[in-house]
Design a binder for this molecule. Sequence first.
Ligand SMILES: Cc1cc2nc3c(=O)[nH]c(=O)nc-3n(C[C@H](O)[C@H](O)[C@H](O)COP(=O)(O)O)c2cc1C
Length: 265
Amino acid sequence: MSSNVNSVANTLKVALLLCAVCSVVISGAAVLLKPMQTENQILDRNRNILVAAGLFDPAVNTNAEVQSMFERFNARIVDLDSGTFLSDEEAQRLGLNPQTYSESAARNDPAFSDALPGEQDTAKIRRRVRYATVYTIDNADGGFESVVLPVSGYGLWGIMYGYLALEGDGNTILGIGFYDHKETPGLGGEISNPRWQAQWPGKEIYTDADSDEVAFAVVKGGGQGPHQVDALSGATLTSRGVENMIAFWLGERGFGRFLNNEVKG
Ligand SMILES: Cc1cc2nc3c(=O)[nH]c(=O)nc-3n(C[C@H](O)[C@H](O)[C@H](O)COP(=O)(O)O)c2cc1C
C-alpha cells in the first residue's frame, strides 16, 4: 500500500497538480492586481508631475490629495517634429489618448518612434518618440502658468525618467522630478533628493529668453548664475547624464520647436 502511494507516478501527479494550482493562483493574482497596479502607476506619475511643478510638497501633502490637485492640469499630445499640439481629431486618427498614451510603449514601436543615429543621440536613449504628452496649467489669457515636459536620459546604470516643469515663458524652470532610474542610492540616486532638486526652480534653460541655445548646465562645484546647478558629489557621470538629458529634450529634436510655436511669446 505505502509503496503504491510513494510510487514515481503518484509523486509526479502530486507535483503536477501542485504546479497547476500554483500557476492558477499566481495568474489569478496577477490579473486581479493589474487594475490596482495601473491605478498606482498613474497616481505616481501624477504625483511626480505635481512635485516638478512645485505644487506638491511630500512633507505637507498626502497621496490622497494627488487626484484633486492634478485636476488643474490639461494633458495634451505634442507632435515633436511639427512642434505643435495634436488636434483632438488628429490624436483620434492616430489612436492616441493623452490620458493613456505611454511614451515607454511608443518608444519600442517603430510606428511611433525612430532610432537615433549616434551623433544625434546625445541623451543616449537610442530611440525617440514622435509624440509626447505635455501637461499644462492654462492662463485666462491663452498662455500657460506651467508646462510640464517628460524627459529621459542615460545616467551611469540606465535611463533616468522624469518631468521638467517650466514657467509660461518656456524658459524658467519651476522644478524637476524623477520617477524611475537605476542610479546608485546615495550617489547618482541623489537626483531624487528634494534638497538637490531645490536648486532648480528659477534657473533658466536658454542663453536668453528668445534663444534656441540651451545654456543650462550641471556643474561640479558650480551652481552659480542663472543657468547652472551644482553637480552631485561622487556622481559625475549621473550629473553629466542629467545635463545631456536637458540639452536633448529642450533642443531641436526634443521640445525646442514646440516651445517656440506654442509656449514662448
Ligand atoms: C558601487 C559604485 C556605485 C557608483 N554609482 C555611481 C552613480 O550612481 N553615479 C555616478 O555618477 N557615479 C557612480 N559611481 C562612481 C563612478 O564610478 C565614478 O567614479 C564617478 O562618477 C566619478 O565622480 P566624481 O568625480 O564626482 O567622484 C559609483 C561607483 C561605485 C564603486
